[in-house]
Design a protein around this ligand. Structure first.
Ligand SMILES: CC(C)(COP(=O)(O)OP(=O)(O)OC[C@H]1O[C@@H](n2cnc3c(N)ncnc32)[C@H](O)[C@@H]1O)[C@@H](O)C(=O)NCCC(=O)NCCS
Ligand SMILES: Nc1ncnc2c1ncn2[C@@H]1O[C@H](COP(=O)(O)OP(=O)(O)OP(=O)(O)O)[C@@H](O)[C@H]1O
Length: 199
């Protein structure tokens, strides 16, 4: 039986960093952020809906969606964010579950669903176990600003668009504290996967 692992955390707490570590164990990862980029490519249904809802000002000269411009809109305004979510999330969910089922059919030992909004979007029932990647708020803010070269204000508006990571940690089956080095994070992941008899 394939164990379906839900990997989550809050923005910039280290989900992508941890998701890369599953490679080491040949455990496949389905990345919701990546699927969310695929479903808004020109020609896709969600692309059309986004242009109709937000106008052509959010398009680049090559007609692709200007993610920075759209992000500036939706992370400042909850109603607009909900509208974007309502367009993008159903398409992401459909692709994610299709991929999950393919791995289950292949009888993989485990498959990871890397979903930033696992709790916010009530997706916990799609997975068997939930792993939350956590850091303290100061580290989260600093890493986000460094990674995205963003101001404190921009970073805070993104952080505030999600459930606090401490809240997510309370609902997890296991928590990885990613405040230390990547090596320490890797060791925690390994211990959890052993405990769950996945490796
Ligand atoms: C607003 C958009 C265009 C900004 O794109 P950008 O390339 O700047 O960011 P990216 O997609 O890489 O997301 C970075 C992180 O932001 C956070 N985030 C993204 N969307 C949301 C959202 N709707 N609500 C809360 N947090 C979000 C996640 O932690 C994500 O890992 C994009 O995030 C988007 O289309 N979001 C809606 C779809 C979505 O919810 N994706 C997240 C998981 S499915
Ligand atoms: N243990 C660590 N030590 C130092 N830097 C780290 C560590 N873990 C992650 N980082 C850095 O912090 C930033 C955020 O990490 P990452 O992109 O993995 O977060 P994320 O949770 O996937 O973010 P998002 O929600 O935006 O997808 C990245 O620049 C990453 O290189």
């Amino acid at each position: 039986m394939t164990v379906v692992l839900g990997l989550t955390g809050s923005i910039a707490t280290g989900k992508s960093t941890v998701s890369l570590m599953f490679d080491e164990y040949d455990i496949p990862v389905i990345d919701a952020d990546k699927l969310a980029r695929e479903v808004v490519e020109p020609g896709e249904r969600a692309y059309q809906d986004i242009v109709e809802t937000f106008g052509s000002d959010i398009l680049r000269v090559d007609h692709k969606i200007d993610r920075k411009a759209l992000g500036d809109i939706v992370f400042q305004n909850e109603d607009k964010r909900k509208k974007l979510n309502a367009i993008v999330h159903p398409a992401v969910r459909q692709r994610m579950l299709q991929k999950r089922d393919e791995y289950v059919q292949e009888e993989c030992k485990a498959v990871v669903l890397d979903i930033p909004l696992l709790f916010e979007s009530n997706l916990a029932h799609y997975v068997d176990k939930i792993l939350v990647v956590s850091v303290d708020e100061q580290t989260q803010l600093q890493r986000l600003m460094n990674r995205d070269q963003s101001s404190q204000e921009e970073a805070m508006s993104r952080i505030n668009a999600q459930m606090p990571v401490a809240e997510k940690a309370k609902r997890a089956n296991a928590v990885i504290d990613n405040t230390g080095s990547k090596r320490e994070t890797y060791q925690q992941l390994e211990a959890i996967l052993r405990q769950w008899n996945i490796i």
